[in-house]
Design a protein around this ligand. Structure first.
Ligand SMILES: [Zn+2]
Length: 105
């Protein structure tokens, strides 16, 4: 059975794009970025890299990678958002940088 799709993409469309399951494990990623995660439980504290932090203001959720700074309000929902913000990358650039972008060969 075939469907009549709009022509956008057409037949040359190849499988590529963001693969969320290829994102690094948050705990390992934040460690690699030089963050010292303090505390127990799901939310850890760390020195915020987005402002001149003197006490751990950044809260990081270790299972999802979500983060929020209580001082400068930098925040995001995963390590990709963190990577974009920290390195000033666009979505695709950050995804590629983290190895979470798959292109057809
Ligand atoms: Zn901050």
């Amino acid at each position: 059975m075939s469907y009549a799709h709009p022509t956008r993409g057409q037949h040359t469309r190849k499988p590529f794009g963001f693969k969320r399951n290829l994102l690094p494990i948050p705990a390992e990623y934040y460690h690699e970025q030089g963050l010292k995660l303090i505390g127990g439980g799901e939310w850890k504290n760390a020195l915020c890299p987005f402002h001149n932090d003197t006490q751990p203001s950044l809260r990081v959720r270790i299972d999802t990678g979500a983060f929020r700074c209580m001082a400068c309000n930098a925040h995001g929902g995963d390590v990709l958002a963190f990577h974009m913000l920290l390195h000033g990358l666009r979505f695709i650039e950050a995804a590629k940088s983290l190895g979470a972008w798959e292109e057809s060969r």
